[in-house]
Design a protein around this ligand. Structure first.
Ligand SMILES: CC(C)(COP(=O)(O)OP(=O)(O)OC[C@H]1O[C@@H](n2cnc3c(N)ncnc32)[C@H](O)[C@@H]1OP(=O)(O)O)[C@@H](O)C(=O)NCCC(=O)NCCS
Length: 140
């Protein structure tokens, strides 16, 4: 299946269809408009198209000099395992390195560690992990 990679935020309906396959919105509770804003506010968005249909996406948020964070690397389930995610990731990393960005990071979803390790990423040391803010729960 020939894949075309294209930079730029895809149409909202297509983006939503791809994002909705992940189940991540159970946590984020985004509207389609909010999802669009998140992508449009990113430094770089890359879509993967098969016969004109969006089948995958990925994005990087960056200060364009020091840090880039790759988010929302997604390939629709029926197209996974055909190299599209690897192509998207390579494209995002290549654009970051070409721009001279010093530090490229991402959050690794459960079960995807080998996917990223075989593509140049290493887990942060256990004594210097990534951390995530969790709002305190209200006392009842
Ligand atoms: C993670 C994700 C983007 C990977 O996309 P993908 O298109 O399946 O990725 P690839 O096909 O490039 O690679 C997946 C595997 O298929 C194998 N593969 C690659 N090209 C292949 C081909 N032509 N034929 C068969 N298998 C192939 C790869 O070896 C790879 O195996 P590995 O993980 O053991 O290295 C996809 O699984 C996904 O969208 N998951 C749900 C969302 C998610 O969790 N995203 C990650 C957030 S951190």
């Amino acid at each position: 299946m020939p894949i075309r990679l294209q930079e730029g935020t895809p149409p909202t309906d297509d983006l939503w269809r791809v994002f909705d396959t992940t189940g991540w919105n159970d946590e984020y509770q985004l509207s389609p408009a909010e999802l669009r804003t998140a992508f449009e506010s990113s430094w770089l968005v890359v879509g993967a198209y098969a016969e004109g249909r969006l089948v995958g996406v990925g994005r990087a948020v960056s200060d364009r000099v020091v840090h880039a964070m790759i988010y929302d690397l997604i390939v629709i389930p029926e197209c996974q395992g055909a190299g599209i995610g690897g192509q998207l990731l390579a494209c995002l990393v290549d654009r970051c390195t070409t721009a001279g960005i010093r530090d490229i990071q991402l959050f690794c979803a459960r079960g995807k560690r080998v996917f990223y390790e075989t593509r140049g990423f290493v887990a942060r040391p256990e004594d210097a992990p990534g951390m995530q803010y969790r709002a305190p729960t209200k006392a009842s």
